[in-house]
Design a binder for this molecule. Structure first.
Ligand code: NAD
Ligand code: UD1
Length: 339
């Protein structure tokens, strides 16, 4: 299939790109490298030993998107490109709505002009907000707690209306839980800029000595050990879910929101212990106050992914921690050392 991948140089995009190339899809990556490096694409090209097209372009640039679509004529789009820092979205909401929401509008217009009617979208479990019950199924009320989360929910609504109005259209909205880990080659992985917001990259940077200690945001939650529990999903499993979603989009019409998680949750302490086992390094921790906006526990009901996509997660905590450690220890500066 000819697949346009927006944000294909990013963390999840690069892992999915590798699997798309290995599965013999023709790919065009559209990315402005706002939060990624061209080096990630060079490494994917080496790993897959296959070429693909790259356009350096912005989601906010409707003309550039239109030109890229007209030239490539995609049969399907996987739409990763967007801004994702929850904290920043509170102070820069208009940037988040412009890139995430208006960017998706531009994309749908460019797709319509080429008669491309299949899209797989990166949504997030953050659209659910405070749990009313757990595990979250896809019918759980939607009440995102940040501008970032609301931008994801608005895109979901937009896609629903687009798919309803357009004959033969198919939109698959994957609600990711907490993606972690790296490709087994240790050549591509998560490379956050500045101080990581998220748990796994922070632990990994402590393990290689770049940060002194992990701040554990609260140990008085009503969870197994008092620390926050999350449904971590290996990025290779997540990438595979996108290929399954592409297949599904090709044989269905309409719009579906689908959770992508493992159905199991781990606490901060369990993640630290898992990482210590995988790396053989000690991770110094200090207990810090709770982080605003955090919930105690998140966990996915994963039946819908199984029944519609025929997909389920394969990798567990050990592989998530090991691959993160292998990536971080082989690339302590991320892609920067080779840029
Ligand atoms: P990432 O930042 O690594 O990748 C996003 C990519 O989009 C980057 O390559 C970036 O350069 C590009 N991009 C950003 N703004 C752009 C613009 N205006 N024009 C063109 N390209 C632009 O993030 P990721 O972790 O790979 O996430 C991919 C998608 O999945 C995002 O939409 C994110 O919101 C969503 N998501 C991520 C997580 C997570 O924990 N990583 C969880 C839920 C949902
Ligand atoms: C965060 C975002 C979420 C986004 C997801 C993936 C918030 C409130 N939520 O989810 O919208 O989809 O990232 O990008 O920002 N923790 C620590 N110390 C740290 C970092 C994290 O103890 O230095 C704890 C957190 O309190 C939480 C767990 O680790 O219990 C996971 O945190 P994180 O990796 O940031 O993911 P989420 O908060 O689940």
């Amino acid at each position: 299939m000819r697949v346009l991948v927006t944000g294909g140089a990013g963390y999840i995009g690069s892992h999915t790109l590798l699997q798309l190339l290995r599965a013999a899809h023709e790919v065009l990556v559209y990315d402005n490298f706002a939060n990624s490096s061209p080096e990630a694409l060079a490494r994917v090209q080496q790993l897959a030993n296959r070429d693909f097209e790259v356009v350096t372009g912005d989601m906010r640039d409707a003309n550039a998107l239109h030109a890229a679509c007209a030239e490539f004529r995609p049969e399907a789009v996987i739409h990763f490109a967007g801004l994702k820092a929850v904290g920043v979205s509170h102070t820069q909401p208009l940037d988040y709505y412009t890139t995430n929401l208006a960017g998706t509008l531009n994309l749908l217009r460019a797709m319509d002009a080429q008669d491309c009617a299949r899209i797989v979208f990166s949504s997030s479990a953050t659209v659910y907000g405070e749990p009313v019950y757990l595990p979250y199924d896809e019918e759980h009320p939607l009440n995102p707690l940040s501008p970032y989360g609301r931008s994801k929910l608005m895109v979901e609504m937009l896609l629903r209306d687009w798919a309803a109005a357009r004959r033969g259209a198919s939109a698959v909205m994957l609600r990711y839980f907490n993606p972690v880990g790296a490709d087994a080659s240790a050549r591509i992985g998560e490379d956050p800029q500045g101080i990581p917001d998220n748990l796994m990259p922070y632990i990994a940077q402590v393990a290689v000595g770049q940060r002194a200690a992990l701040s554990v945001y609260g140990d008085d939650y009503p969870t197994r050990d008092g620390t926050g529990e999350r449904d971590y999903i290996h990025v290779a499993d997540l990438a595979r879910a996108h290929l399954a979603a592409l297949d599904f989009a090709a044989r269905s019409t309409g719009c579906e929101a689908i959770n992508v998680g493992t159905g199991t949750s781990y606490s901060v302490r369990e993640m630290v212990a898992g990482f210590e086992r995988a790396s053989g390094r000690q991770i110094p921790c200090r207990i810090a106050p709770r982080r605003a906006g955090d919930v105690a526990r998140m966990c996915a009901k994963v039946d819908k992914a199984q029944s519609l996509l025929g997909w389920e997660a394969r990798e567990g905590l050990e592989a998530m921690c090991r691959s993160t450690w292998e990536w971080q220890s082989a690339n302590p500066q991320g892609y920067r050392a080779t840029e």
